[in-house]
Design a protein around this ligand. Structure first.
Ligand SMILES: Cc1cc2nc3c(=O)[nH]c(=O)nc-3n(C[C@H](O)[C@H](O)[C@H](O)COP(=O)(O)OP(=O)(O)OC[C@H]3O[C@@H](n4cnc5c(N)ncnc54)[C@H](O)[C@@H]3O)c2cc1C
Length: 278
């Protein structure tokens, strides 16, 4: 993890929207440092001077390789006696209220299960007669290898809704929200758009690598679903973390494990219940 903050920049279009956003964050008590052109240049000298102003959050951190962090957590899970099976679950049945997960060739019976399949969770919740309007916001990234020295921290270009983060794999250019479902192929024009935006911000860059399409799991009210299933008390849900699953995963895991262990909590968890879509 790097503690270098995160920087949002914008041009001189739609300044009223930027002002509104700054006011909302102030009302919510978010610490933000407004930065002018010179301060942006001092923070990120490689950026082309397309920006008008920005906001800097000096306390923010970013991961240069999230997979390495997850592998450490995975090791700990195994050391503590956790078992891992990579297998596709097609449906869920019940025997004496105990859930039975079914794959093509096997059945697994548990006291309780958690459905945490991201954007793919709907297939299983439909199977449980829930009407959860989960969809996917598809997003893309590409890498520019050996260019991570060009930026110190993630930089988001607010007007165009995309960002560039220095990662171990190089500079990662990421963004776009596409409603295109789980099965359609990646859109080449969106990849091209990311590349053009990166060049707009940084000038010449080498050929890109690793074109990637990912599926953000999103609900209409932009809140995740966490808690027991409406119809089956031994099935719990934990999905729908839209753009922030990596950030919110740990706290959601803690909340859901607390629910399963029937721990007392002061949190109001009603907004996350699947029954809000009844
Ligand atoms: C372009 C992009 C940028 C992002 N940027 C950020 C960011 O800056 N910060 C942040 O916090 N998050 C970010 N995210 C994360 C994201 O928004 C999601 O919230 C997150 O990936 C959801 O994690 P998840 O574990 O719930 O689902 P997933 O990561 O989709 O994992 C679901 C798992 O369930 C498995 N699965 C699915 N169906 C079945 C089945 N039937 N049987 C068995 N297994 C199954 C899948 O194989 C997969 O392993 C980004 C995502 C994208 C696409």
């Amino acid at each position: 993890m790097r503690k270098k903050g995160i920087l949002y920049v914008w041009n001189d279009k739609n300044l009223k929207s930027r002002e509104l956003e700054i006011n909302v964050r102030n009302e919510l008590g978010v610490q933000q440092q407004l930065v002018n052109k010179k301060e942006i240049h001092d923070l990120e000298p490689s950026l082309k001077p397309f920006y008008h102003a920005g906001v800097y959050y000096p306390y923010a951190r970013h991961a240069r390789n999230p997979k390495k962090i997850l592998l450490k957590l995975f090791d700990l899970f195994l050391k503590k006696g956790g078992k891992f099976k990579k297998i596709n679950i097609n449906s869920i049945e019940f025997k004496d209220q105990k859930p039975i997960l079914k794959s093509d060739a096997e059945k697994f019976c548990f006291d309780r299960v958690v459905i945490a399949c991201g954007a793919f969770s709907k297939k299983l919740t439909d199977n449980l007669d829930e009407k959860i309007p989960l969809d996917t916001e598809r997003g893309y990234h590409v890498h520019f290898k050996n260019c991570d020295h060009l930026l110190q921290r993630p930089v988001i270009f607010s007007n165009r809704g995309f960002g560039i983060t220095p990662m171990e794999q190089g500079l990662r250019v990421v963004g776009t929200v596409e409603f295109g479902g789980l099965k359609n192929p990646p859109s080449k024009s969106r990849i091209k758009n990311l590349i053009n935006n990166a060049k707009y911000m940084l000038g010449d860059l080498p050929d890109h690598e690793d074109e990637w399409l990912g599926f953000r799991p999103t609900l209409p009210d932009f809140l995740p679903v966490m808690g027991p299933s409406k119809n089956h008390k031994n099935v719990f849900y934990c999905f729908g973390h839209h753009h922030l699953g990596w950030t919110l995963g740990p706290i959601s895991g803690k909340i859901v494990s607390g629910m399963i262990a029937k721990e007392n909590t002061n949190l109001n968890l009603a907004p996350y219940s699947s029954s809000r879509f009844n």
